[in-house]
Design a protein. Structure first.
Ligand code: SF4
Ligand code: FES
Length: 334
């Protein structure tokens, strides 16, 4: 195995494999310093480089060539170098640029969160709370589209789409003989309706899970409930098509929807098949494992109580262990 390289992000140093992107190095550290990512998805080859939400400042290029990079770079597409120093939340320039990116993403995106099924688990909603401004400077007419039913289970709201291409990659990487993608360029771009042709595939429902906004929604769940009123539970079944490991979203005794299991970066661990997602919604179809872990910053976690878990980076650094002594003691007591 090749020698690891050292990179420092917001003052925290981590050793990673050569070729790792800055974003993935930051994910190895975890916590607030991880740049937001609206288009990159580690399970989808070729994803990233579209939305610019993951911009960071490289203040030192490497040990060999310490010159800073002249412009902010997309952390999902920039590899680390040995001795590199990166600023994310410690750089006012990055925060300012991210505000601009959010403003641009919101140019056409409707603020219909009160009626959108993605509300409560929408990455753009979170990003807007963190970096958005109260008013838009945009004075022109916004783009609007009719809703398109992609088969009987999925609906496309192109009006909400931020053109991250994730659904295109899902569609592309689960079938190999289909034409699909983004039609048009610039402000005329839209997800091609050819994507409808992907829908016969057993894994097509995964476009719902990867969509960072409410552009692709589950028609079997639409308007049934607000996600923060549901109870997520991990469950599995013996499925011949996929791994069968899912999250069931309960309201009372009823399973309202089934999704893949998402990690702290909002990515599913394993893509699930349409039978698991749409056809098996009885508790008796599943072996229940237990309550799903939900990040405490998420609105879905309201009324869910969990033991405090210190970040990995803290557990291995004596200075940080000392600084977080109280939290460690509390965690042991609980
Ligand atoms: S529909 Fe969703 S996943 Fe597809 S490009 Fe638009 S925002 Fe991305
Ligand atoms: S996540 Fe890096 S450009 Fe979108």
């Amino acid at each position: 195995m090749s020698e690891k390289v050292k990179v420092t992000i917001d003052g925290i140093t981590v050793e990673v494999e050569p070729g790792t992107s800055i974003l993935n190095a930051a994910r190895q550290i975890g916590g607030d310093i991880v740049p937001p990512a609206m288009c990159y998805y580690s399970k989808l080859e070729g994803s990233g480089g579209k939305c610019r939400t993951c911009l960071v400042k490289v203040s030192k290029g490497s040990e060999k060539d310490p010159r800073p990079m002249p412009k902010l770079v997309a952390s999902c597409r920039t590899g680390v170098m040995d001795g590199m120093e990166v600023e994310n939340i410690t750089s006012p320039e990055v925060i300012e640029a991210r505000k601009g990116v959010v403003e641009m993403l919101l140019i056409n995106h409707p603020l219909d969160c009160p009626i959108c099924d993605q509300a409560g688990e929408c990455h753009l909603q979170d990003l807007s709370y963190e970096h958005g401004v109260e008013k838009t400077r945009y004075e022109f007419e916004r783009r609007t589209f009719d809703k398109i039913d992609i088969g009987d289970k999925i609906q496309l709201h192109m009006t909400r789409c931020i053109l991250c291409y994730r659904c295109v990659y899902v569609a592309d990487q689960i079938t190999n003989n289909r034409v699909h993608g983004v039609l048009g360029r610039g402000d005329a771009s839209e997800i091609s309706t050819y994507i409808e042709k992907a829908i016969d595939n057993d894994f097509s429902g995964n476009v719902i899970d990867v969509c960072p906004v409410g552009a692709l929604t589950d028609r079997t769940f639409r308007f049934k409930n607000r996600v923060w009123f549901t109870k997520p539970v991990d469950a599995h079944r013996d499925c011949p098509t996929c791994k069968g490991e899912v999250t069931l979203w309960y309201k009372g005794e009823e399973v309202l929807r089934v999704t893949g299991r998402k990690d702290q970066f909002g990515e599913v661990a394993d893509f699930i098949c349409n039978t698991c997602r749409f056809e098996t919604k009885k508790t008796s179809d599943w072996v229940i494992e237990g309550p799903r872990h939900i990040a405490k910053t998420s609105v879905i976690s309201s009324n869910h109580y969990e033991m405090a878990k210190p970040l990995d980076v803290i557990k291995h650094n004596p200075i940080l262990i000392e600084a977080n002594k109280e939290e460690f003691e509390r965690a042991t007591k609980i």
